[in-house]
Design a binder for this molecule. Structure first.
Ligand SMILES: *Cc1c(COP(=O)(O)O)cnc(C)c1O
Length: 403
């Protein structure tokens, strides 16, 4: 791989992970192969012993996957990265690699639903206990730490209430307790937030979202700071088997080239949409880190290079108002997932977070009427016009608007 260390982020997006290829190919070829021929028996033996670098079998290592991994590691200012079959494969690999019986995890309470379920319903089977707190409150994080806390797992901004955790401050708390600090950076991407530079040990992603950016791949990645962590997690990933495949790696690597320019447009559009919604009489509240009304607006200015593309808001009339809005949009697609070029709208209480109990949802601020919007890169006016015609259909007395 060529050295890109001195390039600016936009240039890195275009060039990261790209090497020299046969026939002068400008992009990495897709090595769609499960296995690699050895030159002879001795060569195969050397590769297996680790005495020589090379390729054996795609679950272990593949050139197309490696190129994408190098690209993401470069963008996150990490040491190396591990491509996974999904965001959940990345998350479960990190848990499986770093936690053992008797360990305790402190986790953001409004974390991605399946992450909570993984800890609560599966890792408890292996004797790992977890507590879920609003990690945007440092005192609550500190109070939740126990002598056996081995990991603090933070999602910031947290899905779907868009609450922002102070990653540098929580990293300090984690390290003071000799615990690992893991950040789910899916919502921001390295274009806006680099957790490793803020003190985290691991930054991970669902690449299904902003990194790939085109709603056509399910994939994940783990980015680490040093060789020790890399080799531990590589062994875990190879054994548990949740690796990404070459074709999806190729697609993600292709998506990365436009990451900086896409994110710029996501931020620009989302701010306009958030401002529009905040002034709409049928919208009770809007959560977006780029609005001064956001509780962690100041922290966001320090921690993020931009406020991102994710907005949540509550339509007057609770669940009914939200339903009418979602059934009336035309340009915005009614679908879960986020971070693609197209605007997507969804209802967490009945969709992404329906696996959580109502109690857990309420503790995490996920009200029944909350609508989540992933603002795409269309023209902002078209997105706003679409919301305008949809909100016009919400027939709720203006008096019911709170404050
Ligand atoms: C989507 C998502 C995940 C899970 O990723 P998959 O690729 O769907 O497995 C994890 N964390 C966050 C914040 C997500 O948005």
């Amino acid at each position: 791989m060529s050295s890109n260390k001195n390039l600016q982020f936009e240039s890195k997006c275009v060039h990261a992970g790209i090497g020299e290829y046969e026939f002068g190919s400008v992009v990495p070829p897709i090595y769609q192969t499960s296995t690699f021929k050895f030159e002879n028996a001795a060569h195969g033996a050397k590769l297996f012993k680790g005495e020589e670098d090379g390729f054996i079998y795609t679950r272990l290592k593949n050139p197309t996957i490696e190129a994408m991994e190098n690209a993401v590691a470069d963008l996150e200012d990490g040491y190396k990265a591990l491509g996974c079959a999904s965001g959940m494969a990345a998350i479960s690999t990190v848990f499986a690699g770093l936690l053992k019986q008797g360990d305790h995890v402190v986790c953001t309470n409004s974390v991605y639903g399946p992450t909570l379920i993984l800890l609560k319903n599966f890792f408890t089977k292996f004797g790992v206990e977890s507590v879920f707190v609003d990690t945007d409150n440092l005192e609550h994080v500190e109070a939740a730490i126990k002598p056996n806390t081995k990991m603090i797992y933070v999602e910031s901004p947290a899905n779907p209430v868009i609450s922002v955790t102070d990653i540098a401050a929580v990293s300090k708390l984690a390290h003071a307790n000799k615990a690992f600090m893991v950040v789910d950076n899916t919502f921001m991407s390295p274009a806006l937030q680099k957790p490793l530079n803020l003190g985290a040990d691991i930054s991970l992603h669902s690449m299904t979202k902003f990194l790939n950016g085109h709603a056509d791949v399910v994939a994940g990645i783990i980015v680490v700071k040093d060789e020790e962590m890399y080799s531990l997690l590589r062994k875990t990933l190879s054994m548990f088997g949740g690796v990404i495949d070459p074709f999806n790696s190729f697609l993600v690597h292709r998506g990365l080239k436009t990451l900086s320019i896409r994110i710029e447009k996501h931020c620009e559009n989302a701010l306009l949409v958030a401002q529009y919604l905040e002034n709409h009489p049928k919208v009770q509240w809007v959560k977006y880190p780029g609005l001064k009304s956001h509780p962690q607006y100041e922290l966001g200015l320090r921690q993020h290079a931009g406020p991102g593309g994710m907005i949540s808001f509550e339509v007057t009339g609770g669940i009914k108002g939200g339903e009418i809005t979602m059934n009336s949009v035309k340009l915005c697609q009614l679908a879960v997932s986020l971070g693609g070029v197209e605007s997507l709208i969804q209802h967490p209480a009945s969709m992404t977070h329906s696996g959580m109990s109502k109690e857990d949802r309420e503790a995490a601020g996920i009200t029944d009427g909350l609508v989540r919007l992933s603002v795409g890169i269309e023209n902002a006016k078209d997105i706003i016009d679409d919301l305008e015609q949809a909100l016009a259909k919400v027939e709720v007395p203006i008096e019911s608007k709170v404050n």
